[in-house]
Write a protein that binds this ligand. Sequence first.
Ligand code: KIV
Length: 273
Amino acid sequence: MAEYLSTNKKKITAPHFFEMKNSGEKISWLTAYDFTTATIVDQAGVDAILIGDSASNVMLGNQTTLPITVEEMIFHARAVARAVKHALVVCDMPFGSYQVSEEEGVRNAIRIMKETDVDAVKLEGGEEIAHMVKRIVDAGIPVCGHLGLTPQSVHKFGGYGLRAKEEAEAAKLMADAKALEEAGCFCIVLEKVPAKLAEEVTKAVSCATIGIGAGNKTDGQVLVYADMLGMNKGFKPKFLRQYANLYEIMTDAIGRYVQDVKSSDFPNESESY
Ligand code: KIV
């Protein structure tokens, strides 16, 4: 049996990320939001699975990540955690769950950990949330940061464009990364920033950096599974490599099923009791 299919492969933990960074082993992440997908993603051998608040778009059809609630994230995270044997499982803290106060942020992080069986949480933001990150880490919860394009702030940015092109924003991002490292983050997602800046941040911090649209010098990469499998027709940003066209494959399969039902070809004798 292929090694990645074995069920006794060791579970990845947050401290492994430091080892992987230091040994130069690249870290692979994908999102998942349900049991069946998480089972496939885990068995295919990824190092980490993110229950991203992109579930708001991918699973629930919202325009942004803002509407998804703590309860909805917990619903998805529980299904994913039930499936995963090997990968580290990280759950996004949704918009509104940590912006009001440090107390509320810590309480929501603890709630997510207690109710889902995930291994870590992820928050968007830099220096302004570093105090809260430290409190969550002090509570024993591994925290992943998220800088650059932070979709929970889409209305502040006015869109989903490349971040930190200008010197001042790049300097702020570097300071934010150091503040998150200092606060105890075990890794930081860098979304849609220039590759050169992502490389500099990667060299400057001791925790792992995970890029999405941030070039290939980060310690790892993350993609939304539905995007890399080509499930969203017409969604093809520059940073995305599409590994399959499931939109076409699924549409074709479902179309043939419909035809077979209409023509009474399905079920046939061997498919009947
Ligand atoms: O919500 C999400 O899927 C994410 C990744 C794009 C990093 O935050």
